[in-house]
Structures are given as structure tokens and as C-alpha cells.
Design a binder for this molecule. Structure first.
Ligand SMILES: *Cc1c(COP(=O)(O)O)cnc(C)c1O
Length: 376
């Protein structure tokens, strides 16, 4: 049995809205389906202002512009993340300062953030790895005491919560991804949450290439023009039409994904109890949103051997982030601090196949193989 790492959920009816949208005669950005998607995210999660984007990377770039990042400003973020988190701020000339993760959860350590703050620090970016919340009360407190922006890279974290608050809605800005490897998908796609009301208007202008066209379409002004910097961050309405099918099945998708997650947790528990591996730690304030399932092995060698072993049994497991502070692009820009927890998570994390249609039988097969690896 061949088990891929990911299998995007693309039912045939995904194309119904796409075709309907195209036949309506207009599929440029900010159309009918974009508005439907905006309405869903605002009502379902109480997000104040959302804007669909072409990717989470783009939403992060918008957040960096909205934080008014200028050359020389310092931005603190984890090294254990996707490069888009850093790129968005580097593109504005920021100095990226990487912080280590916690010991037991691969999320940024608030105590490390506090140590790295200088007079030049302007923003903190947090990543809710695998949809598990960072310690947001502590992080917001640090930010408020120092007058800093907080951006939540919530690419993994749709429908996940911190003490009951939806992730992405706590910092000044939040960003989601609808890349085909995430919970709900449009191939490529993303969403920016603007939680600080005073930035809503500017966000819409940056989204529309630096023009006030959105306000013009609403009839608030009688002509539109170029009023700020910006780019074409809004997706085609075809992307929104595709996403709309996923939104209509949001609860179904999420119920299914959470089942897959908890089933792995249950099946792997005996191996965890024997000390062979660790399942994800979910703090009391956090929730599981069925984004990915990762295990942590005792060493990098064991992780790499297990990856190989699973591959020979047709199971596509994967490692995850290579630390950004030691990457070919950044290593000579990093200040040399060791980030031991980041390095350890990078060496020892293994992600198991995870998708909506993964069956219990397949999950049992995968865990049996993991078990056989340790028996052998
Ligand atoms: C997937 C991901 C992104 C990028 O999302 P895109 O929509 O592909 O741009 C950014 N940050 C994190 C943490 C991600 O996992």
C-alpha cells in the first residue's frame, strides 16, 4: 500500500463555483466569491477585517508594510519556520533576529524574545507550529510593554485557539495559508487578518496596488488614484470560488482532520510510553486543529533511519524546517548565537502522512511500521 504524505481534498464539485464564477462574466479580484469568503471568516471567527491574498507569503509582506518596517528595524521571530516568515520583513530592509523555541514545543520562547529586544526592535513575529498556540498572553504583554507590533504567522493555525481566542486574531495582524498542504486549500492562497482597526483602510489600499479602488467601488469616493505603496496582493475571484467549496464543507473537513490527528495520538501512545518517541505536547491553553501530526525521535540518526525505513515500506513521511539561522542565505547574517532547541527539533521531528481521506487502516499500517522499526 502506497501512502503519500499529502493528498489535497479536491472533490468534483470544487469546479461548480469556479465555472459559475467564470460564467458570471468577471473573475478579477475582490469579486463575488472573494466577498463570500471574507464574510465567512469574519462571521465564523469574529475577525474584524480580513483580506484574501494570493498566498500567506503575500499576507506576511502586507503585514510587514503595515508595521511600517524600515531599513535597520529589528524583527524578532523563530528560526524554526518557513522562509516566507523572514523574507517578508527582509524585503522591507529589516534586520531579522532569530529566537530559539521552547524546550518541549517548537514554538518561540517568550523568555528568549525578551532577551533580544533592543531600542531598534519594531515587531515580534510568532508562528503557531502545527496549529498549536504560542504563549500569546506573555507575548502580547512583552509587546505592549515595549511598544512592538505582533504578527501571527498562522499558516498552520486556521480553526485553532488560544484560551478560546481564534489564532490569527490576537496580534495586530495574522496570516493564513490555503496552500494545498494546509487544512483548507485553494492551491495557492492566503488571508490577512487586520486586528488593529486603525490599519484596515491602509491594508485595503496596499492590497489594491496602493490605490483606493476598493473604497471607490463601494461608492465612498468619486474617483480612485494612487495614494500609497502596494502590490497586486488580491487573488483572482477564481481562487476564492475554489476556496468557497472548502468553506462550505469546513466543519466536515475539520472533523475529519481532527479524527486523523487523535487516532495517531492514540495509536502511538504505547510507543511513547516505551520512550521510543514523543507525540506533540499540547499546552492547556492550546487546541488541536488537525494540521499535521509530527513525532519527535531521540536523535537525528534515529529520525533519518526511520524516514528511510518508512520509505522502503511505501510510507512518505517527511522531516520539517531546516533552521533559517544556518541556511545558505542567512548563516553569515546571523549573529552566531546557538539556538539549541531549534536545532534539536529540526534534527528529530518526523511528520507522518496526513490528509482527509487517510483511513484508519492506513494509519494502523503506518504505526505498525514505526513499531516494527523499533522492534528490529
Ligand atoms: C505554508 C507556510 C507559509 C507560506 O504559505 P504560502 O501560502 O505558501 O505562501 C508561511 N509560513 C508558514 C509557517 C507556513 O507553514
Amino acid at each position: 500500500m502506497q501512502i503519500p504524505f499529502n493528498k489535497p481534498f479536491i472533490p468534483w464539485f470544487s469546479f461548480r463555483h469556479l465555472i459559475g464564477g467564470a460564467l458570471s462574466g468577471t473573475i478579477a479580484g475582490n469579486g463575488r466569491y472573494t466577498k463570500k469568503c471574507h464574510a465567512f471568516f469574519e462571521s465564523r471567527f469574529g475577525f474584524k477585517k480580513v483580506l484574501m491574498t494570493t498566498s500567506c507569503s503575500d499576507a506576511l509582506e502586507m503585514a510587514a508594510i503595515l508595521c511600517s518596517i524600515e531599513p535597520g528595524d529589528e524583527v524578532i521571530m523563530p528560526s524554526f519556520t518557513f522562509m516566507s516568515t523572514a523574507n517578508a520583513f527582509l524585503l522591507r530592509g529589516a534586520k531579522v533576529v532569530f529566537a530559539d523555541t521552547l524546550q518541549d514545543v517548537p514554538n518561540i520562547d517568550p523568555a528568549e524574545i525578551e532577551k533580544l529586544i533592543t531600542a531598534k526592535t519594531k515587531a515580534i513575529v510568532v508562528v503557531h507550529y502545527s496549529g498549536v498556540a504560542c504563549e500569546m498572553d506573555r507575548i502580547m504583554d512583552i509587546a505592549n510593554r515595549n511598544g512592538l507590533f505582533v504578527v501571527e504567522d498562522a499558516a498552520h493555525a486556521i480553526d485553532s485557539f488560544y484560551n478560546g481566542k481564534p489564532l490569527g486574531s490576537i496580534g495586530h495582524f495574522g496570516t493564513f495559508s490555503f496552500h494545498e498542504t494546509k487544512n483548507i486549500i485553494s492551491g495557492e492562497g492566503g488571508l490577512l487578518m487586520v486586528n488593529a482597526r486603525e490599519f484596515a483602510k491602509r491594508a485595503e489600499i496596499i492590497w489594491e496596488k496602493g490605490t483606493n479602488r476598493a473604497a471607490f467601488y463601494r461608492g465612498e469616493i468619486d474617483k480612485y488614484g494612487w495614494v500609497d505603496i502596494g502590490s497586486s496582493y488580491l487573488p483572482s475571484d477564481a481562487v476564492a470560488a475554489f476556496l468557497y467549496t472548502q468553506i462550505q464543507r469546513f466543519d466536515q473537513i475539520q472533523t475529519r482532520r481532527k479524527k486523523v490527528w487523535w487516532n495517531y495520538a492514540r495509536l502511538l501512545k504505547p510507543l511513547e510510553e516505551k520512550g521510543f518517541l514523543k507525540c506533540p505536547v499540547i499546552p492547556d491553553f492550546a487546541t488541536v486543529n488537525g494540521n499535521i501530526f509530527y513525532i519527535t525521535l531521540q536523535s537525528g540518526e534515529i529520525r533519518d533511519e526511520l524516514l528511510k525505513y518508512l520509505k522502503t515500506h511505501d510510507v512518505s513521511a517527511l522531516f520539517h524546517y531546516l533552521p533559517l539561522h544556518t541556511s545558505p542565505y542567512f548563516s553569515d547574517k546571523h549573529d552566531g548565537r546557538a539556538l539549541p532547541n531549534t536545532d534539536r527539533f529540526s534534527d528529530t521531528i518526523l511528520r507522518l502522512p496526513f490528509y482527509n481521506s487517510l483511513t484508519r487502516r492506513q494509519q494502523k499500517y503506518i504505526v505498525d511500521k514505526v513499531s516494527k522499526f523499533f522492534a528490529g
